[in-house]
Design a protein around this ligand. Structure first.
Ligand code: PLP
Length: 466
């Protein structure tokens, strides 16, 4: 409805923010197209060609608004000529129905806990609104599509939960029968409705191969298949919102400057923060906190970028990334160009990057010590990802003592619930953190899933039948 009517208006078209490909060899597209396509046809990632500015009045008004209201205002800056404001507001209210605690640890030091969503990971923030935006466009056009994805555990449950209950989207998730924990499986198989879960008698790689075949299969060409993967622009824009929200909770005077410490893997989380700052959020610096996969801190230090392949296995396992896909977006924003293999075709402004970012790699040993120390000193419970960020923030404060005294505020992001790392934390602290309520009830709900052999034809027939 809304979309089609507006698309024909010339003025609307002119005002719309277009999205370009970081490889600069594909046409600019609307948000709708970038969202539904995911990857640009030249293999690049979509970026907004114009970054909208947030009015100072609106920024100050965030201090008395709820999370979903801030989300709606921020996303409206990008989408106001594509989606009606009241519709966007409804989607945000539906997506953000959980708490976003900001924990004060010491004076001027905070932890932003992004772990209260249905899968207890910060990925819920992006996945839930992306799912609703896709569903909105499908229902506006009277179409349906199917998300087909393979999972080795956590991504599948985040996608399943995000799309659960949406009318115009079906989800099919493949998982390797014997390689997923019972808790991870239950998070997918207890949802039912539009979420179909298939256990494959094989490995994760087999599941991925089957998904790839389906995307290339002419027999399925006239079905609308999508993979909802993590580089989608529809995941990036919502990740600007919690930076605005966090600032609004600590900015009593309204002129406070914040340093954010971001536990980083593919740099999607960080990229959200960078966009928020480009929109006008008062951020003095970002700390890019990495585990032993240190290609980003090394790049900033030396100016030479070296992919780590294969990546190192660290306990902050969602950050085991040897070549962050969003680095190409950051390089683009600083005037350079990097292709998907990590080759720099045009150097970005490295001096400006060094002013804006502080980056450090933290070993597993120091990560574990940080989990113990922060509990002993501050009663703050961190899991490995959040501990990497917290430690980098402490190191940064030690190195920049004077800046810290001048009323500078620090916010460290916690990206997963500590209960997801219960064994590790129990070894370090002597107790297991309690599970979030969404996890507790799950063991009582009956599961539903289909079992297939490692056979593509069986999968294809199933997709065609449904
Ligand atoms: C995905 C993830 C990260 C890394 O985020 P990027 O956007 O890839 O940098 C950090 N912590 C947790 C718990 C995650 O799931």
């Amino acid at each position: 409805m809304g979309v089609r009517r507006r698309a024909s208006g010339l003025i609307m078209k002119i005002n719309r923010i277009k999205y370009y490909s970081t490889n600069q060899n594909a046409p600019e597209v609307s948000f709708r197209e970038a969202l539904l396509k995911g990857l640009a046809p030249d293999g690049g990632l979509y970026m907004p060609s114009v970054i909208p500015q947030i009015d100072r009045d609106i920024l100050l008004s965030f201090r008395s608004k709820k999370y979903h209201e801030i989300a709606s205002d921020v996303l409206d800056c990008f989408l106001k000529d594509e989606i009606e404001t009241n519709i966007l507001h409804g989607l945000c209210r539906d997506a953000y129905n959980f708490a976003v605690p900001l924990e004060k640890v010491t004076t001027g030091n905070y932890i932003l806990r992004l772990d209260q969503g249905p899968t207890a990971s910060f990925k819920d923030f992006a996945a839930r609104i992306m799912a609703r935006l896709m569903n909105y466009y499908m229902s506006a056009a009277g179409e349906r599509f199917t998300i087909l994805t393979a999972t080795s555990g956590d991504t599948g449950s985040a996608v399943a939960n995000a799309f659960h209950g949406l009318e115009n989207i079906d989800v099919i998730i493949l998982f390797p029968h014997n390689e997923v924990s019972a808790m991870q499986r239950r998070q997918m198989t207890t949802l039912k409705g539009n979420i179909r879960v298939i256990a494959i008698d094989g490995k994760f790689d087999d599941c991925q191969q089957m998904v790839k075949k389906a995307f290339l299969d002419p027999a399925l060409a006239n079905l609308q298949l999508s993979s909802a993967n993590s580089i989608n622009i529809g995941r990036l824009l919502p990740q600007t919102v919690y930076y605005f929200y966090a600032w609004s909770r600590v900015a009593a005077k309204g002129n406070e400057m914040v340093v954010f410490s971001v536990p980083s893997g593919n740099l999607g989380n960080l990229m959200g923060g960078i966009l928020a700052r480009e929109m006008g959020l008062p951020v003095s610096r970002f700390i890019i906190a990495t585990n032993g996969n240190n290609e980003v801190p090394e790049y900033l230090k030396t100016g030479i970028y070296k992919v780590i392949a294969p990546s190192f296995d660290c306990i902050s396992n969602a950050m085991n990334v040897g070549h962050p896909s969003n680095l190409a977006r950051i390089v683009a924003l600083y005037g350079g160009m990097m292709n998907e293999k990590g080759i720099i075709l045009k150097h970005p402004d490295l001096e400006r990057m060094r002013k804006d970012f502080f980056s450090l790699s933290i070993s597993d040993e120091v990560t574990r010590k940080t989990i113990s120390d922060s509990y002993k000193k501050h009663k703050a419970i961190l899991e490995p990802h959040g501990a990497v960020a917290w430690k980098c923030m402490e190191s940064y404060r030690e190195q920049t003592g004077s800046e810290a005294q001048a009323g500078q505020l620090f916010i460290s992001l916690e990206t997963a619930h500590p209960a997801k790392f219960g064994d590790e934390i129990c070894r370090l602290l002597g107790f297991s953190p309690p599970l979030p309520s969404s996890f507790e009830s799950i063991s009582e709900i009956p599961e539903e899933f289909i079992e297939f052999k490692n056979d593509y034809i069986e999968l294809r027939d199933y997709i065609l039948k449904h």
